[in-house]
Write a new protein. Structure first.
Length: 217
């Protein structure tokens, strides 16, 4: 199976296949969500509708920026930056910051292994946020009476098919990562790809009529 997934691909190196693919995926997701936001403005949809797409766009830009260390992987500008000294991978992103150094914890501290990389906290939290806005809230809108509330009524949602896809793959990767072996870079790539898919799904299923968005679940 080395031809399909090998050790080099599974590393966190900035030039590994999965790291590059993740960055590219988030870049395209940001473009697609920006396009959807512009369409919302052009169609004169509600302010909340525009804000939802703006939120999706900001999250995509944040993820893209983190993947490329906010340009350092491209322009190599970080030599004299202090953040590199407190970063677990000597990068200029937030999710690899060594919180143990910031909190001045000794390596003997029981908390040190859990805080020596902020990604242990931020990455799962980021995934939970995406699951919340792309699965949990959409299900509330589509399947409960709360869907008529203004907050949900104007919320763009993906199809049921995407939600099932997101849940199954998320559980699958988490199980393998915890029970078998580390597939963190693969999971990160999947999340970036899922962002592209959800944007395309929203474009495909959205119908704009008289300034109102209706979506097929």
């Amino acid at each position: 199976m080395d031809w399909l997934v090998n050790e080099q691909m599974l590393t966190n190196a900035e030039d590994s296949f999965f790291e590059i693919f993740s960055a590219v995926a988030w870049f395209f997701a940001a473009i697609l969500f920006f396009f959807l936001n512009r369409v919302s403005v052009k169609k004169n949809l509600s302010g909340l509708h525009k804000l939802w797409f703006l939120l999706f766009f900001i999250l995509s830009v944040f993820a893209f920026g983190e993947e490329i260390s906010w340009g350092d992987h491209l322009f190599d500008y970080s030599h004299d930056l202090g953040i590199v000294q407190i970063n677990a991978q000597q990068e200029t992103n937030i999710h690899n910051v060594n919180l143990s150094k910031i909190l001045d914890l000794s390596e003997e501290s029981a908390f040190y292994p859990y805080l020596d990389n902020f990604g242990y906290i931020l990455t799962p939290l980021f995934y939970l946020v995406l699951a919340f806005i792309w699965v949990f809230l959409p299900l509330i809108k589509l399947k409960t009476s709360l869907g008529n509330h203004a907050l949900f009524k104007d919320m763009p949602v993906p199809s049921i098919g995407f939600m099932v896809f997101f849940i199954i793959h998320g559980v699958f990767f988490v199980f393998i990562d915890v029970a078998l072996f580390n597939v963190g870079p693969v999971f990160e790539m999947f999340i970036g790809l899922a962002a592209v898919i959800v944007a395309l799904d929203m474009i495909k299923n959205a119908n704009y009529k008289d300034g109102v968005l209706t979506q097929e679940a």
